[in-house]
Design a protein around this ligand. Sequence first.
Ligand code: NAG
Ligand code: NAG
Ligand code: NAG
Ligand code: NAG
Ligand code: NAG
Length: 647
Amino acid sequence: MLSPFPRNRRAFYLVLVCAVTSICFINLLVLTHTVDDSVIRLPNLSLFTATTNPVIGQYAHDEHPIGDLMKEANRKWLVYDNSRSTNFRRTVAKYREKYGRHPPPGFKEWYMFARKKKAHNVDDFQQITGDLRPFWAVPPAEIRQMAAELQSSDGIAGVQIRNKKVVYSPVEGWRVETLRESINRIVQYLPDMDIALNIMDQPRVMVSFEDTQEYLRTEALTRSLPSDAQDRFTPDMNYLYKKDSNIEERADPSWTSIAGKLYMDFAKESCDPHSPARNENFALQDADRLYKSSSGGFVTNFTASSDLCTVGPVLGKNHGFLFSASSNLITRKLIPVFSECKVSVNNDILFPANMYFLNDKRYVYNSRHDYEWQDKADTLIWRGVTSGGVQLADNWQHMHRQRFVHTTNGTEMSSETVSILSETNLGQYRTYPSFNPSNFSLDHFDVGFTEAWGCIPNCSFYDDVWTYKKPKDFSEQFKAKYLVDIDGHSFSGRWRAFQLSKSLGIKATIFREWHDSRLFPWRHFVPMDNRYDDLYGLMTYFLGLDSPASPVDALSTSEPHIKSHDFEAEVIASQSREWAQHALRNEDLDIYLYLLLLEYGRIIDDNRDSIGYSGDGSELDDFDDQYPFSPAIRDIVTPPLSFTDEQ
Ligand SMILES: *[C@@H]1O[C@H](CO)[C@@H](O)[C@H](O)[C@H]1NC(C)=O
Ligand SMILES: *[C@@H]1O[C@H](CO)[C@@H](O)[C@H](O)[C@H]1NC(C)=O
Ligand SMILES: *[C@@H]1O[C@H](CO)[C@@H](O)[C@H](O)[C@H]1NC(C)=O
Ligand SMILES: *[C@@H]1O[C@H](CO)[C@@H](O)[C@H](O)[C@H]1NC(C)=O
Ligand SMILES: *[C@@H]1O[C@H](CO)[C@@H](O)[C@H](O)[C@H]1NC(C)=O
């Protein structure tokens, strides 16, 4: 073994240089009173230290499908990171290529805002455009009128922007307050508008597939790039919410409550007629092939794994939200409702969840409570309440959280078997269909409900079913290497903290959020099927499985064996952490919301076809020189020193 010193010494010198530099700056600031500190800023030391430590080691040389999935994710990631725009010229050109329109008015100011706040990627906002696309088929005045009228509608609140200020809302509550505060940080850049805010946990808008297709066709026809577009919003448009005015009931959304009903009975109308959801003779295996690996059943397409048109037939009676949601008020009309999450069949307009803006210790990550990977336990942890849907003595087996707690319970699994992959000689893997996971689960899982909630008439039917465990706050949870994140009766607000932590996040969900396109499954987190049938395959891969006998040939029927892939787990955990520090910051929430409201401001503008930013981007050449983009995310994996010692 060669000595590890050269690398460490280099790092030491780097830190030394940084320290000296910052001391000079401090002196400069302290000694020269006239210095304007908006010009010479005190550099933050964090700018000079790597946000995440390199992970030293090597990938396993074997043929496990997870290795391939990680490689493929990294390939896609490199394409993503290397193709980002790194100046304003390129950003606007790319916008036009992608959407066939000019960027909205105010885009230049948004770009400067985003760059000053160190946005790593200024192109990845297709969720916004995607959510708003169908509205190009609706006249702007009609959208404004709907947004105004919706403010007195069931489960909706309003946030209004007038004359660069957020004004009074008729319905109050923590969601309105939080959104109002967020918008206050950017309101100076925004035109007048009404925002119809969904104050329920569940998404609201579910337009039929055929109608949505029609809207999208219309949108495609409205695309144009007028060379004389005005870079400003139209002032003083009518049909915005006015206090005390009698609101006409022209655009009644006709809310339908489908609480307690089977969601897929309604959702399937929003699916492609060729999808599994609308074809009764689509076999389970056919749907699985669309998103699971043939070997091991791991999720190969995370989007499809949460696409109700694909998984709905199987999941419809196995997820609380789909089986018996506690509240669910939907409309079939295309109306402009802003929601924090939605499922694949919804037309709600997504914005970064209010939860993320609250300083709530249940959701906010603090590195003081975290541990280094090697100090964490080889444990998978999950805690939660029995939320998901309304529970009765004879229906709770259909809820997802309950299924998860059952699947991870060593006692309950003592008489069940699951399918996992077992290592044969030469690093190959084959299916081992009858693994008894009981002992594995007892050794590694710490899963349980903290309390029962949401039962009719009361939760006493659970008395002999669960043992309630103590809640664990983040400082306790982060002692485990593996953190599972599953839905409640809506999306899970812990996910951002999990991504930021040094532990590895494992996620199963049917909900979509603002950040989905920037998080790469198998690079930034481990995706899990909502059926949880891949759970033991995943966990035996990462944690390894010793069998009393040594690995034997492919035909043997002896006990399964898998070597541990702790290194792979640490790599994904570190990549997620580093990326979250670039892409899931509070600033990133503001940057997203700001662009969303510019785009929304355009779509409700009577002159939406002739406004936008039509320049070539050259006026920000100097700005771009002044604010260079952060470098591409480097590869966090460092092979052991003995292989790459460079002197
Ligand atoms: C540096 O730190 C200060 C205080 O923690 C913070 O307000 C500022 O935004 C930071 N600047 C950069 C460039 O990160
Ligand atoms: C993943 O699934 C989505 C939704 O079903 C589909 O649109 C997409 O093309 C799939 N991606 C790949 C790489 O197959
Ligand atoms: C689980 O562990 C116990 C105690 O070590 C052992 O007796 C039992 O055979 C194990 N069960 C399985 C299925 O390996
Ligand atoms: C809960 O409901 C059961 C069944 O209806 C009833 O027998 C029991 O008294 C209830 N318990 C409480 C604490 O209300
Ligand atoms: C696991 O299952 C056993 C048997 O059903 C039950 O007694 C126990 O409370 C369960 N454990 C947890 C943590 O729910």
